[in-house]
Design a binder for this molecule. Structure first.
Ligand code: KG4
Ligand code: ZN
Length: 356
């Protein structure tokens, strides 16, 4: 990776690519905040029959779709590669085979067209989704990132500068939603389904635990909650008590929301900042949004969130993050590789990043 002089004041248009999990996505974004196109080819239907994402199938499907999705993104933006100032791509974290498809496509485009290559951290992309629909949002702010693979509480000190306050010790919030959904017979993907059936249920019906991590007040732990739901289901079955799916879903969801709200508000108050944002697939959860809207209004904290389509995986958020990396002078070389376990705030290349 190289750093060049900061970009000037002229417009910067970026072609962004995202393929870290089960969405093949490409977008054209101007100046980090204006989305000219945002194309997403979801593979959810393919993975549903297996009850979760099958990495091999995901990689293969990305290969089939990537050229078409990129062409469609350029066409929908009424642009060609010649109009692009850079090509950006998610290079981690995520599924290695899936990431490699996007990284290879971006490197090929950069090499063939001569435009610079920018590797983007997937979580930085999720956080940056907030810039697209909240034009006035600038760092510093506190952000809760809750997705299928991650649960992080972060202070965004500046563009590209993150301080991680807490993270999950076991399951990510979205993973807990997916596992509980499967256990109560809702299927994959669980988050949106639990969100929907919870509206018919009583969130106070069953008292599930609100886990705390003794030595790290901002950390999360969701596997205990998941086990408590499984134990509840087992004991109902053994006693022959009928299970109310909507009550279990609503009570589980309430337990997750309570913990996320409590930890986030503690972080905001202790940071002294008055701006709070949420990001990632779980950030589209309606009960979570409602809870944050209420508590932030009460405390005089400005609450930001992306619209649901910008919460789940997309390439527009990668284009938003890439713009600030571009302005910071970040350019990657053709040795850029997929880094499945990339940590937020790490620079590439670093020892241990290369795939053997
Ligand atoms: O950010 P994302 O699209 O992919 C990752 O980077 O992981 O997040 C996907 C996760 C899945 O676990 C999905 O169940 C969850 O986000 N999710 C939701 C909702 N919509 C998606 N969880 C709760 N409520 C929702 N409405
Ligand atoms: Zn994601």
């Amino acid at each position: 990776m190289q750093r060049q002089g900061a970009g000037g004041a002229e417009d910067v248009t970026i072609l962004a690519i995202e393929s870290s999990c089960d969405e093949t996505a490409a977008a054209v974004v101007r100046n980090g905040r204006e989305v000219l196109s945002n194309i997403i080819a979801s593979q959810i239907d393919l993975h549903t029959i297996y009850g979760g994402v099958v990495p091999e199938i995901a990689s293969r499907k990305h290969i089939e779709k990537i050229d078409q999705v990129i062409a469609e993104a350029l066409r929908a933006a009424d642009k060609t590669l010649r109009d692009m100032d850079a090509v950006a791509v998610t290079y981690g974290p995520g599924l290695v085979g899936a990431l490699l498809v996007g990284v290879s496509a971006a490197k090929a485009i950069s090499f063939a067209s001569g435009i610079p290559l920018i590797g983007v951290h997937h979580i930085e992309g999720h956080i940056s989704a907030n810039y697209i629909e909240n034009k006035e949002l600038e760092p510093p702010f506190v952000c809760l990132v809750v997705s299928g693979g991650h649960s992080h509480l972060v202070i965004v000190r500046d563009y590209g500068e993150y301080e991680i306050l807490g993270r999950t010790r076991d399951d990510a919030a979205g993973e807990a939603f997916d596992k509980v959904a499967r256990a109560i017979g809702l299927g994959y993907p669980g988050g949106p389904k639990i969100d929907k059936v919870s509206r018919e249920g009583d969130p106070e019906a069953i008292k599930f635990p609100r886990a705390k991590v003794a030595d790290a007040v901002y950390d999360f732990s969701f596997s205990g909650l998941k086990s408590a739901v499984l134990n509840y289901l087992n004991s109902c079955e053994m006693k022959g008590i009928p299970v109310c799916q909507a009550d279990v879903a609503a009570s589980f969801q309430k337990a997750v929301v309570d913990v996320l709200v409590e930890h986030s508000m503690m972080a905001v108050e202790n940071s002294g900042l008055r701006k709070f944002a949420i990001a990632g697939g779980v950030a589209s959860n309606s009960a979570l949004r409602k809870a944050f809207e209420g508590v932030c209004a009460q405390r005089g904290i400005t609450f930001y969130h992306p619209s649901p389509v910008m919460c789940t995986d997309n390439a527009a958020m990668i284009g938003a993050a890439a713009y600030y990396e571009y302005r910071n002078g970040v350019r990657h070389d053709y040795d850029l590789n997929a880094v499945p376990n990339l940590k937020l705030g790490e620079e590439y290349p670093k020892e241990g990043h290369f795939l053997q």
